[in-house]
Design a protein around this ligand. Structure first.
Ligand code: GLN
Length: 196
């Protein structure tokens, strides 16, 4: 299986390295030919407005959107979660998403860069020690359709906000497992989401 990492902007190198820890050589995806050659895609953290603008400028936007809608296994972290959402609550002007998960996300939901934080998370499909969630200007899922499975949430003032979700072949986390050296979320993507 050829697993690509969208390499327009953001922390794509960290995802390549997390894949490497799982024994998979990830491919950097920058062109239409790269998209045609992959079986699964990771959309990294970074800045979703920039990634969507560059994807449009390089003629990749519709190709990625089409592959995701056809069932290509896809994992988006943070900015990547925003890009696989059906709708963004507070988009930058002309910001579009690739789609993939029937959810509405709120960008920068936890606050600004200075309010970035880390917390231990229960992750439904991953047993053992909690998953360390690194949240950097992270989104949360504000609402979602009935097909969306919630894998992890963060409680703020008594309200649960989903921060890891899956719909069929598309997985998204508001946090960055690629920054922690713990590759269990990547393994879950490779061994479960990609195999379905
Ligand atoms: N807030 C960023 C956005 O809107 C995401 C931040 C991140 O990926 N760490 O894209």
């Amino acid at each position: 299986m050829n697993v690509g990492v969208l390499a327009l902007q953001g922390d794509f190198r960290e995802h390549i390295s997390a894949l490497g820890d799982c024994g998979v050589t990830g491919k950097l995806v920058k062109t239409a030919a790269d998209i045609a050659a992959i079986d699964a895609l990771i959309i990294p953290g970074g800045e979703s407005t920039t990634i969507s603008k560059l994807a449009k400028a390089f003629g990749l936007f519709d190709l990625i959107s089409k592959r995701i809608s056809e069932g290509m296994p896809t994992y988006g972290s943070c900015a990547g979660m925003i890009l696989v959402a059906k709708t963004i609550l507070d988009p930058a002007s002309d910001q579009d998403t690739f789609g993939g998960i029937d959810m509405e996300v709120r960008r920068n939901a936890f606050g600004r860069q200075t309010e970035s934080f880390e917390v231990d998370l229960d992750f439904k499909t991953i047993s053992g020690a909690p998953i360390r969630g690194v949240f950097i200007r992270a989104p949360w899922v504000e609402s979602h359709g009935s097909q969306v499975e919630i894998l992890s949430s963060v409680e703020i003032s008594g309200v649960q906000h989903p921060v890891a979700v899956r719909q069929g072949s598309v997985l998204a986390t508001a946090f960055h497992p690629e920054l922690t050296g713990d590759n269990r979320v990547h393994r879950y993507f490779l061994e479960d989401v990609c195999k379905k």
